[in-house]
Structures are given as C-alpha cells and as structure tokens.
Write a protein of this length. Structure first.
Ligand SMILES: [Ca+2]
Ligand SMILES: [Ca+2]
Ligand SMILES: [Ca+2]
Length: 277
C-alpha cells in the first residue's frame, strides 16, 4: 500500500517537456570583443563579429620536429661557386703520377689512383664553398666529369686539396678535403686536362703534357706564378722539392732513388727550381 502511494506521488510530480519553439535565431551583429571560449565544443563560427581580436600572447608548447632535409645552401662558411668567374680559382699543384708502396711488389697500398690529388688556390678575394664545382677533362669521347657534392670550404688566399681518397693511409698522407673517389675523374699520367667549371663557366683549366710540363713519377708539379693564365704554360710549373708522406720501401736506385713522395698539398708551393728531367 505504501509503495502504491509513493508511485502515485511520483506520477503527479513528473511533467513532460514540450519543444521550446519560442527561440529565434540571433541575427544581430556582435560588436563586442570576443574572449576565447575554451569550453564550448559545438558553437559554429560567428561571422558577424566586428570586434577586434587581441593577439595571441600565449606560449607555444608544441614540439618542433627536426629538419631532416638536405641543406643545399653553402653551409654558412663561404660564398657559393655560382658567381665565380675565370681566374677566381687557380689550379696550383698536381700529383698526376704518385708512386706507392706497390712499387716494391710486396706492399700494395698507395696506388696510382688513390694517391692522385690536385690543389686549388682561392684567388677570388672571398671565402668560398666549392660545393657544386664541376671537375672535368677535355676528352671528346669519354670525358671525365664529377660535381662536388659536399661542402668544401677554402678561405680567401688559401689552398684546398681535392683527390681520389680522403683516407690518409691510402693516399699517402695527403690532406684531401674532398674525394672524387674514382667517380668519373682521374689524372692521366701522360697528357690530360683538369677543367674547373661553375654553372658551365670555366673558372680554370690546365692542359698538361709530359713534354711541356714536369713529368716525374712521385713528384707533384707546382705552379710558380699563382694565376690562372700562367698555369696554362708548362714552363711555369716545377717539380716539388718537399717530401711528404711515408717512407716508401723502394728497392734499387730508379726514380732517382727516392723513398718519399714530393709535393706541398694544401700549403704554398716550393720556390721553383728548374725541373731536373
Ligand atoms: Ca695517374
Ligand atoms: Ca688556366
Ligand atoms: Ca702546394
């Protein structure tokens, strides 16, 4: 009986909602300044607000993602090669024909290829990054071609060495800053050419022959006058007189009995003496 009474009371106090049809859309333009609504998730944008938003002065707590792209700029260490003109770089020393440990027939370490290098003098007057510089020769049928793909910094008035290998053991203790690594480029032991281009423009080139230029195995040829016109003439080149690298176990007295390589890779050349042929 008590339960029935309670049930009737509940029925009496419960009313049923009817739809509220009296609201009309708010079409008035809002002229106030909005404050951020941080709790409402259902409002649509108010497109009639003429108020002025205030700047978001909050602190960004998001996490930046790392820049994993490849930097194609010059790395901030010097100007790029695109604006270079003929003479800005000078090919100043060439080791076309190194002799290595293989010469004793027992310990093959420094091969002709891995021991090759040449030196560039920066005559441009500004610090440079040689990334993008093209190395080539003038072979009509099978031209050498390699484009420098890494940063190679060389200060104004300084030298940099490019070679086959940056491995100081394999190249005979030469401070090679960048290696072409047999990728389409090498230095012929007889006649060959080194051409430096930037954007298709020849910045310097040397066309050497074994008759007009110094030609002795194990001796780099060094330029005596540091400009890109002088290096076109063989008589402006001399054999290096400063030894570098490891003692080479050469049997006998051939090659003048030398047991070292000769050159000044990366630093000023020796004072020129007449080539001893
Ligand atoms: Ca060679
Ligand atoms: Ca030249
Ligand atoms: Ca030198």
């Amino acid at each position: 009986m008590i339960a029935l009474v309670l049930s009737l009371v509940a029925c009496i106090t419960t009313t049923k909602d009817v739809a509220d049809t009296s609201d009309t859309a708010d079409t008035a333009a809002d002229s106030g300044s909005d404050t951020a609504d941080t709790t409402d998730t259902t409002d649509t944008a108010d497109t009639t607000d003429t108020g002025t938003d205030t700047a978001d002065s909050g602190t960004d707590t998001g996490t930046d993602t790392a820049d994993s792209g490849t930097d194609t700029g010059n790395g901030g260490g010097g100007s790029g090669v695109d604006g270079l003109v003929a003479g800005d770089l000078v090919i100043s020393e060439i080791m076309k024909n190194p002799h290595g440990l293989a010469i004793d027939g027992a310990s093959a370490d420094i091969s002709d290829l891995t021991g090759e290098w040449f030196e560039i003098y920066n005559a441009s007057g500004e610090d440079l990054n040689l990334r993008g510089l093209e190395l080539a020769d003038l072979d009509a049928t099978d031209p050498d071609a390699h484009t420098i793909t890494g940063d190679v910094f060389v200060g104004a008035g300084e030298y940099v060495v490019l070679g086959n290998s940056t491995d100081m053991t394999a190249n005979g203790q030469v401070p090679v800053a960048y290696a072409w690594a047999s990728d389409g480029f090498s230095l012929g032991n007889n006649a060959d050419e080194i051409v430096l281009r930037a954007g298709g423009v020849v910045i310097d080139q040397v066309v050497y022959t074994p008759t007009d230029f110094p030609d002795y195995k194990g001796y780099a040829m060094e330029l005596s006058v540091l400009d890109a016109l002088s290096n076109d003439t063989g008589s402006n080149w001399c054999e290096a007189t400063t030894a570098y690298g490891p003692v080479i176990p050469y049997p006998g007295t051939g090659y003048r009995g030398v047991d070292r390589q000769y050159g000044t890779p990366g630093v000023a050349n020796d004072v020129c003496v007449a080539p001893a042929r």
